[in-house]
Design a protein around this ligand. Structure first.
Ligand code: GLU
Length: 504
């Protein structure tokens, strides 16, 4: 048997450090066994998937030194490797399950499903929807079918009993079938859900080991059942512990930058970031902290993964990065530094703002150095404004930050629309409103368009700087936050409604 592992990221938003973490362990496992590692793009959610996001996944994984043997961009003989190009395969497999009686068409409406769920919840016990809940009389089905009503295809799951499945790191795990819905396999628009597409693809792509994040543990019973329905062998499952914020909560962009692009722009060396990800739940046999990708691969043993939630800590990462930086010769330092920031890719997006504003090249760094730096050096005085008091400034920045967190595709028009809508609701002139953002992002109000600057430095770097600004202003008390949060809910609803209108 040739070991084959994969990652299956969804191309939505920025490339996540969690994707790189899982990729690293899959690649290490494949390399250790002389096997193959492949990359599959799970883009069945067409409304959220973008080609730009897909490209940034490729670029940032390669930047880190993670390479795949098969994938949408490199080919391979088990393709296509993009789920949106595999619709016919999923339709065929859905049909197989319908014919074998392991799946059924479900004509239940959204209202009926809500009512069924409410009923089950009220009755106490498990609230998962089973065939016995969903079943409709034959004449109702016929009627709905004749009227061309939309339907989904669901899988049958046992009504009760216990499901046992095995996880490489955890051994046997038991889950009550009562907790598990008759999972939708095919949506009413004919697109497969994650569960169907993932199982079919893993089988057809001959994946032997599924190494993925712990958040997918609860999907395992459904997947195991699907393998059984199809009569296929199931790959070995291995669920990696989730990366956590220092407060132990799940790593999230609200508390921590999660985009690989942020770490790149912040000037972490790819080898150091990869090294740090290798230390998430894993250690070298000699416990040494600094090691290269190849040293990790040479010593890899997945049973050394420990299940306590590994903490992704910026300070620890910075320390490790400093070790890598110190190990460079002066020549190498210069080469790495130039490669990082003084290159075409980084400079081009900013040149249209810089060129018309400088008289000499020596004016460039004072004008645009903030694009290449981390957090600007700020004090409370930096935010003194003629008409906005400190407290209001802090609140505007915080609400602006929440708006920035709501953006999925980081583009200037949406950043502008959201921030200006917020300014209007708050009754503040756009120019006054943006003052705090200028200071937060560029360190001064005398800079070129802050909206363009945010577009250039990217979502995580922008959010981190605004968060930093709120901190510099002394933050918001617990009580104040509660009040602001309440007010913001209304504000946010208004902005979402406005955005929905303009998108129509
Ligand atoms: N598309 C899923 C994700 O985004 C894949 C999960 C899996 O590896 O099965 O993480």
């Amino acid at each position: 048997m040739t070991v084959r592992t994969r990652i299956a990221p969804s191309p939505t938003g920025d490339p996540h450090v969690g994707t790189a973490y899982i990729a690293l362990f899959n690649l290490a496992f494949a390399r250790q066994h002389g096997g193959q590692f492949l990359l599959r793009i799970e883009d069945t959610d067409q409304s959220r998937s973008t080609l730009e996001s897909e490209q940034t996944i490729y670029d940032s994984l390669r930047w880190l030194g993670l390479d795949w043997d098969e994938g949408p961009d490199v080919g391979g003989d088990k393709g296509p490797y993009r789920q949106s190009e595999r619709s016919a395969i999923y339709a065929e497999h859905t049909q197989m399950l319908l014919e074998s009686g392991h799946a059924f068409k479900c004509y239940r409406t959204a209202e009926e499903l809500d009512a069924l769920r409410a009923q089950k919840q009220e009755a106490g016990g498990f609230s998962a929807l089973k065939f016995s809940d969903l079943e409709l009389p034959a004449d109702v089905i016929a009627e709905r079918e004749a009227a061309g009503a939309p339907y989904v295809v669901r899988m049958h799951v046992p009504e009760e009993g216990v499901c046992t499945f095995n996880d490489m790191l955890r051994g046997d795990i038991e889950m009550d079938w009562g907790m598990i819905d008759c999972q939708i396999l095919m949506k009413s628009d004919g697109m497969p859900t994650y569960h169907l597409a993932n199982v079919v693809d893993d089988h057809l792509m001959e994946i032997t080991h599924v190494i993925r994040g712990e958040e997918w543990l609860s999907s395992a019973p459904k997947h195991q059942l699907l393998y059984k329905y199809f009569g296929w062998d199931m790959p070995v499952l291995c669920h990696m512990p989730l990366l956590r914020n220092p407060d132990k909560s799940k790593l999230s962009k609200r508390k921590n930058p999660t985009s690989i692009l942020y770490y790149k722009r912040m000037g972490f060396m790819p080898a150091a970031l990869l090294n740090y990800l290798g230390r998430m739940g894993w250690s070298m046999p000699d416990e040494r902290e600094q090691f290269s990708r190849d040293e990790m691969f040479a010593n890899f043993d997945i049973s050394r993964v420990s299940l306590g939630g590994p903490i992704f800590d910026q300070e620890k990462l910075s320390w490790l990065n400093s070790q890598w930086i110190r190990d460079l010769s002066e020549e190498e330092f210069v080469a790495e530094f130039v490669k990082w920031g003084l290159n075409k890719e980084t400079l081009m997006p900013a040149i249209t703002h810089i060129q018309p504003r400088v008289e000499r090249f020596s004016d460039v760094v004072p004008l645009a150095g903030f694009l290449l730096s981390g957090m600007p050096a700020l004090t409370e005085e930096s935010f003194v404004h003629k008409s906005i008091e400190k407290e209001q400034m802090t609140e505007l920045l915080q609400m602006g930050l929440w708006q920035l967190e709501a953006i999925r595709n980081w583009q200037k028009p949406e950043i502008q629309q959201r921030l200006f809508a917020l300014a209007k609701i708050e009754g503040v002139k756009p120019k006054d409103f943006l003052f705090g953002f200028f200071v937060a992002i560029a360190g001064t109000a005398n800079s070129f368009s802050v909206l363009d600057s945010m577009q250039i430095i990217g979502p995580d770097m922008s959010r981190s700087r605004v968060r930093h600004a709120v901190d510099v202003l002394g933050g918001i008390s617990k009580k104040g936050m509660k009040k602001l949060d309440k007010k913001y809910r209304d504000v946010s609803a208004q902005i979402e409604a406005q955005l929905a209108e303009t998108q129509e």
